[in-house]
Design a protein around this ligand. Structure first.
Ligand code: C2G
Length: 133
């Protein structure tokens, strides 16, 4: 079984690792679509802290990941699933129900998010640290 998942994975943290490892455990191989910088800008009006090349390198270096590609549009999930011959689509449950229409192409699974950690919170924590010196 081939599993596919998607994400920005900016400022990589343990919540990202958890979903990637749990996604991989559902099948025999895992392909990850890393959201492009342009896709992030169009969604959030800001670029990720880490650029798409570095984010892709980090994801590709993980033992649980077999293949990485750039996700250029949120609307292309069906094409990516078919191109990569995925049997299972895994998303965090912040996306609950959003991809149910793809269930005629593959199984769609939403996994619970890891509580109490997010890129947004990490940015806030770093901002609140006192300056050194
Ligand atoms: N995640 C998680 N637990 C957290 C934080 C994130 O399980 N504490 C999961 C998210 O649910 C998502 C994945 O990690 O499945 C990547 O999260 P983001 O980088 O925030 O990705 P996102 O911007 O939601 O994806 O097609 C979707 C796009 O690629 C955007």
């Amino acid at each position: 079984m081939r599993v596919i998942t998607f994400g920005t994975f900016d400022m990589f943290h343990v919540g990202h690792l958890n979903i990637i490892e749990r996604a991989r455990a559902l099948g025999d191989s895992l392909v990850v679509g890393v959201s492009s910088d342009a896709l992030n800008f169009s969604k959030k009006s800001r670029y990720p802290v880490c650029n798409e090349r570095d984010r892709s390198r980090i994801i590709g270096a993980l033992a649980a990941v077999d293949e990485v590609f750039l996700e250029e549009s949120l609307e292309l999930k069906a094409e990516y699933i078919q191109k990569h011959q995925a049997d299972i689509l895994v998303m965090g449950d912040d996306w609950n129900g959003k991809f149910d229409h793809l269930s005629d192409l593959c199984k769609v699974v939403y996994l619970p998010r890891t509580p109490a950690i997010s890129t947004t919170e990490l940015i806030e924590v770093v901002k609140s640290l006192p300056a050194e010196g």
